[in-house]
Design a protein around this ligand. Structure first.
Ligand SMILES: [Fe+2]
Length: 141
């Protein structure tokens, strides 16, 4: 797990799959976007980095929306709690975007952002999303 946090995230299907292809595909895009930000971490190309970060924020919103729809359709009882976590991420992502657009040490902000995103994605997929996966599988049993 530590190597995943330290370096770029590698998609591991047996570990990350939530059993819903659409969601897995979206998670793969999130992994790619986070890896792209990580790669550009030391770049001075602020516009480019800003573009990737904004793309990520927009994509995460779409992903949350789709995920909430799926959870609602399956009657997942943890939907309310899960929505709260999504809201918290939105808030933190916006704070980062704002910090990043202000003058200051962008490299430091970016470093913090990448570290946050990697930890967030791992726990989002492995802990929170796994909860609705388990629920769905129990239901189908
Ligand atoms: Fe997700």
């Amino acid at each position: 797990m530590i190597t995943i946090i330290k370096d770029r995230i590698e998609w591991d299907h047996s570990l990350f799959s939530v059993g819903i292809e659409k969601i897995d595909d979206q998670h793969k895009v999130l992994v790619q976007l986070i890896n792209s930000i990580q790669l550009k971490k030391n770049s001075k190309d602020k516009d480019f980095i800003e573009k990737i970060v904004n793309t990520l924020v927009v994509y995460v919103e779409k992903h949350f929306h789709d995920e909430e729809q799926i959870m609602q359709n399956m009657g997942f009882p943890g939907l309310g709690k899960h929505k709260e976590k999504h809201g918290k991420f939105d808030q933190i992502a916006r704070e980062f975007a704002q910090k990043f657009s202000q003058p200051g040490d962008q490299a430091v902000v970016l470093e913090q952002l990448v570290a946050y995103l990697k930890k967030w994605l791992i726990s989002h997929i492995l802990v929170e999303d796994k909860a609705y996966k388990d629920y769905l599988f129990r239901k189908l049993d």
